[in-house]
Ligand binder design. Structure first.
Ligand code: HMG
Ligand code: MG
Length: 285
């Protein structure tokens, strides 16, 4: 049997959050429903952040309320603080994700807080989530390069990943937020991080700005990573990371993994349909 690699679909959140044109909750719901049919086990549907900071995600509660939930799929949402956590619970998110940065410059730009302050916000959230058995994923951004501070020390990434894991995050997704990572910097970073967090609990989150995301996936695969985030249609980027293009496109990653002989459990036809739909939602289309 082929070895499994899971693709964690982040398109409805990371893919769409940067789109300037407002996209209706109805369209987002239709996209998530297609993705559910494509066979993903985890889909990041939206985020409960300040609507002043990311207006496109303002209706994430409506999206979570409107989707057809499949029993084996977990529908997640990004949460920056207690207010977002309460909103995610009210919207019945199956899991949440907290997000920190390995660099101070991006932390300030993205969440208006230092790294330490952002982690302090997450501690009580993780504690509460543990009491109610809600899975929490943790992101670390800027794992190789920061748009504000330049190259990032692998030790800084390991420190934040370690703290999120110790707080109770079940998986740590390592974000090459601006797609500047290359196999040498990605491998150095992963070799350092996996000394602190078991590689089975790590995920790769590669933006494809530089067109090197698939090479970085190969590098991470060779070091034992078996979960990768991707956005259908390759949409998106982060509004607080200038120049950040979309995540690696799910359909490209799926085809790549298939060529390498890994099983993802995804249905290519449905995936292609979802990619077409995601692209049609892009501003100007
Ligand atoms: P702040 O301005 O410092 O917050 O923002 P505040 O606590 O001073 O509150 C200011 C206002 O926001 C108040 O409203 C609050 O009620 C409201 P006002 O009194 O002015 O009317 N507010 C909220 N409203 C709704 N939901 C909330 C919430 N919190 C406060 N949860 C804050 C701090 C963290 C809120 C802000 O910086 C923020 O929302 N940042 C999120 C930015 C974001 O979503 N970035 C993209 C996601 S991260 C990413 O893409 C990277 C990733 O993909 C991995 C990778 O690629 O590296 C995950
Ligand atoms: Mg991202």
């Amino acid at each position: 049997m082929s070895e499994q690699v899971e693709i964690f679909e982040v398109g409805p959140r990371d893919g769409l959050q940067n789109e300037a044109k407002p996209i209706s909750a109805m369209d987002k719901i239709a996209l998530v429903n297609l993705l559910s049919e494509a066979g993903f086990r985890r889909i990041e549907v939206g985020s409960f952040v300040s609507p002043k900071w990311v207006p496109q995600m303002a209706e994430s509660d409506k999206v979570l309320a409107g989707i057809t939930r499949m029993p084996d799929v977990r529908y997640g949402a990004l949460v920056p603080n207690q207010m977002g956590f309460a909103a995610a619970l009210a919207a019945r998110a199956d899991e949440i994700a907290v997000f920190a940065s390995a660099s101070e410059g991006f932390s300030k730009a993205n969440v208006n807080a230092t790294i330490a302050e952002s982690l302090d916000r997450f501690r009580p959230i993780l504690e509460e989530a543990r009491h109610i058995d809600l899975p929490v994923r943790g992101y670390v951004s800027c794992v190789t390069d920061c748009p504000y501070d330049g190259p990032v020390d692998p030790g800084a990434v390991a420190k934040v990943a370690d703290q999120l894991f110790a707080m109770g995050c079940y998986e740590i997704s390592l974000g090459d937020t601006i797609g500047k990572g290359r196999t040498d910097t990605v491998s150095k970073m992963l070799l350092t991080v996996r000394e602190h967090v078991p590689v089975s609990r790590l995920a790769g989150h590669f933006h494809d700005t530089g067109g090197h995301a698939l090479e970085n996936v190969d590098c991470a695969l060779s070091l034992g990573v078996r979960v990768f985030d991707a956005a259908v249609g390759g949409l998106g980027g982060c509004p607080y990371a200038p120049g950040a293009a979309g995540n690696v496109a799910t359909e490209a990653l799926h085809a790549h993994l298939d060529r390498l002989g890994f099983a993802t459990g995804l249905h290519p036809d449905r995936l292609a349909q979802a990619a077409d739909m995601a692209k049609s939602l892009r501003a100007g289309d």
